[in-house]
Write a protein that binds this ligand. Structure first.
Ligand code: ADP
Ligand code: MG
Length: 734
């Protein structure tokens, strides 16, 4: 008689339950049953060793090939080396001072071996793995030997495991729980289940852990994926509906206002996309309910103008607007370029300003006290029509006189919950309009989930006269001499009157490594022997005194004081710096058309879409852009394939897909991009487009008829669980 919410301790005993709690954060029956196998090893079929990644905690089904015992020369003790194989490639397992294992690890024996994959002298290795031998099926599996009995099924579940808690221990716990489990009440109404042709939840959960065959796995996973897709889409449909129902400040366009004056003086012709999205946004902002729109457009597609025109319409209606950037450098840059675009239309309060002029006010955390007070005053008084800052602007409870529109720029790191906070921010019952802009093209499934609370518009074309960017991988491990050629190329660019960026993953020059990166690169394959990533603080002086001697080399990163960052950016924009050595603070929005080349050091330490964003900083003018991806990654590895892909295409959609595949889905409702999954265990944003799209339609239909899900208590429960789980994760992270 075991229930979903029961604690594991009485069932499994304190020792095992504690291990599950500590290593995998599993406390209840429900949590354990939701810990699904990652895959299934097929009895008699060995795991492919070539597919293993360094750093991965893996469980492999392999055969013992050879065992050698050595004694350690330096100390008393022995090393037992056990070579295991999948029939093609081998993996070395080493055991220290466990010579007795020689007696059971006999050549020809098969077993599961679990541990962290490392590399040692070019060989894949498992140090001190845990293992469990599997007796051949013909041998009598009974004999009261439970260890053997565990592996009598045709499919052996392989669980995400932890040190000291190998897959087979988890399997044993699950089996023990299932033995006394009565099942759960199914949250999906029977009618819906029949419609979707999915099995009931109790059956699905039993089958996912103890499948009779592959078909059982398939149907179980199908059902469980539906639950995930449906709860996410229900949560999002509810949010959309709630957001839509809130009142918002209607800002109908005003003839002869600042927007009209601006339109009359834009120095270029709007692209077709800028014009049509402009129309949509104009209508959105005029409504009495909040706009919640995402504009996605490639780097350089001109999103800023779209946002600015929306902001001016709101200013014309007598309200304020805020533009949020991910970093202070970017915020400062935005404030500057908005003021430049506006010219004297941004000089309200100054002598000779046009009638309906407004003010662009920068407000950031690191401003001096006096400056900040002045900025605050402009915001509170309503004098500032356009306030530019980082997300702190919203979190810090800055009081706006009358906030009508919030523009979030380049925000692929901003989850649904943060957007919720933002909508409820205007102080009163009224929600501001929200316009989110991103340059990372978003696969459809991601748009439906991560951005599912927003309507999406895409800016497809680039303004005329843009130059192509040519990207090349520089494999220094293989061809060290190419690095000299890199610096020579930079000198040529500078000699031709252009400027260049050199981007490094780390800031450097600081004992603490915790805050040493402006944007942490994805942690993957953290091999033990990797050197630390290259740092701006080291590379800049080395270049200035070495290969780039005589050039004006500047340095920019997130730890510089705000005014210094600003000075450096200004100097670079003014052409007073030839080569800017920087962290990813230049990733988004920085716009210096004369910069034509970018060298990315340790390019393998960056994510795919990050690289794509970064190189978008060059080729913004009429001269062709050049991006050199310097890496010591080994040819043929996935890491190198990733870089080759970035070099081979500038199709952002293709890259976004690739990135998603490599990064796996982050959490959906909370702060995104953690790379950990929550809510979504089986559902893949990459492969399950059908399910997601269908779930979205279903959810929409259900929520329209029953907004609070009062008539669907099962579904309401699913949504509550999802939101709780996501929020718990989110809170843990902050
Ligand atoms: P992103 O979409 O990457 O944010 P920006 O808005 O920064 O792009 O625009 C990049 C550059 O292109 C800016 O210098 C901007 O003034 C310019 N630009 C924007 N729209 C057009 C257009 N229709 N024609 C020519 N240049 C444009
Ligand atoms: Mg931009």
């Amino acid at each position: 008689m075991t229930d979903w919410a029961d604690q594991l301790t009485p069932i499994l005993g304190a020792k095992t339950a504690d291990a599950l709690a500590k290593s995998l954060n599993l406390h209840t029956v429900g949590e354990l049953l939701r810990h699904y196998p990652r895959r299934y090893a097929e009895r008699g079929e060995l795991t492919e060793i070539a597919g293993l990644e360094i750093g991965e905690h893996a469980t492999v089904l392999a055969e013992v090939q050879r065992v050698t015992k050595r004694s350690m020369r330096s100390r008393r003790g022995s090393i037992l080396e056990v070579r295991i194989t999948d029939g093609r490639r081998a993996l070395n397992c080493t055991f220290f001072n466990q010579a007795w294992r020689e007696r059971e690890l006999l050549p020809g024996k098969k077993g599961l071996f679990a541990g962290k994959i490392t590399a040692y002298r070019g060989q894949l290795q498992l140090a001190n793995p845990e293992y469990q031998l599997i007796e051949p099926a013909t041998q009598d599996a009974g004999d009261g030997d439970s260890v053997v009995a565990e592996f009598t099924a045709a499919l052996i579940p392989v669980y995400p495991a932890a040190q000291g808690l190998p897959s087979w221990s988890i399997a044993r716990c699950v089996r023990q729980v299932l033995d006394t489990w009565d099942g759960v009440e199914d949250p999906l109404p029977a009618g819906l289940r029949a419609d979707l042709r999915v099995s009931d939840l109790t059956q699905a959960l039993r089958d996912v852990h103890l499948p009779a065959d592959r078909a059982a796995v398939h149907f179980a996973r199908k059902r469980l994926k539906w639950d995930e897709a449906l709860s996410v889409q229900l949560a999002l449909a509810q949010r959309r509906q709630a957001a839509d129902a809130r009142p918002a400040p209607a800002c109908p366009p005003r003839p002869d206002g600042v927007l009209d004056s601006f339109d009359a003086r834009i120095p270029f012709e709007l692209t077709e996309g800028q014009r049509s999205i402009g129309e949509i946004v104009r209508a959105d902002v005029s409504r009495e309910h909040p706009m919640n729109r995402l504009v996605q457009g490639e780097v350089g597609s001109g999103k800023t103008v779209v946002a600015l025109r929306a902001m001016l319409q709101v200013v014309d209606a007598g309200r304020q607007t805020a533009m949020l950037a991910p970093t202070e450098v970017l915020a400062a840059q935005h404030a500057r370029s908005l003021a430049e675009l506006l010219g004297d239309l941004a000089t309200a309060g100054e002598f000779g300003a046009p009638d309906h002029a407004t003010r662009v006010t920068l407000l950031t955390g690191s401003m001096g006290a006096a400056q900040r007070r002045k900025a605050m005053l402009e915001v509170v008084s309503g004098e500032a029509g356009i306030v530019v800052g980082t997300h702190a602007l919203i979190q810090d409870r800055v009081e706006f006189a009358d906030l009508g529109l919030v523009v979030v720029d380049e925000q692929h790191r901003f989850g649904v919950e943060q957007r919720d906070a933002l909508r409820s921010r205007a102080g009163s019952r009224v929600s501001p309009h929200v316009l989110v802009m991103t340059a990372t093209p978003i696969p459809r499934t991601v748009a439906m989930t991560v951005y599912g609370d927003l309507e999406v518009s895409a800016l497809r074309e680039l303004p005329k006269g843009r130059s192509p960017i040519k990207s090349t991988v520089v494999p220094v491990a293989e061809k060290p001499a190419w690095l000299d050629r890199v610096w020579q190329r930079l000198r040529e660019e500078v000699a031709a009157g252009h400027q260049a960026y050199v981007v490094c993953p780390r800031i450097g020059d600081q004992a603490s490594s915790g805050e040493d990166v402006d944007t942490p690169p994805p942690a993957e394959g953290e091999g033990s022997e990797r050197r630390p990533p290259l740092a701006v603080a080291d590379v800049a002086p080395e270049l200035a005194e070495g290969p780039l001697r005589g050039l004006r080399v500047g340095m920019l990163h997130g730890r510089l004081p705000a005014d210094e960052k600003d000075t450096v950016m200004r100097a670079f924009a003014a052409g007073e710096i030839d080569v800017l050595v920087a962290t990813t603070v230049v990733e988004v929005g920085v716009n210096v058309p004369n910069a034509t080349a970018m060298v990315i050091m340790d390019a393998d330490r960056f994510g795919v879409s990050q690289l794509h964003q970064l190189r978008g900083r060059v080729g913004r003018g009429s001269a062709a852009g050049l991006c050199l991806l310097v890496t010591d990654a080994v040819p043929g590895t996935t890491t190198m394939q990733r870089l080759d892909a970035v070099a081979s295409t500038t199709d952002g959609f293709e890259l976004a897909r690739l990135d998603l595949e490599l990064r796996r889905e982050g959490d959906i409702l909370g702060a995104a991009q953690s790379g950990r999954r929550s809510g979504l265990r089986l559902l893949s944003l990459l492969d399950d487009e059908d399910v997601i799209a269908q779930a979205r339609d279903r959810a929409e239909a259900i929520v329209v008829g029953d907004p609070a899900l009062t008539e669907h208590p099962g579904l309401a429960g699913m949504v509550a669980d999802l939101v709780d789980e996501d929020r718990a994760e989110y809170l843990q992270k902050t």
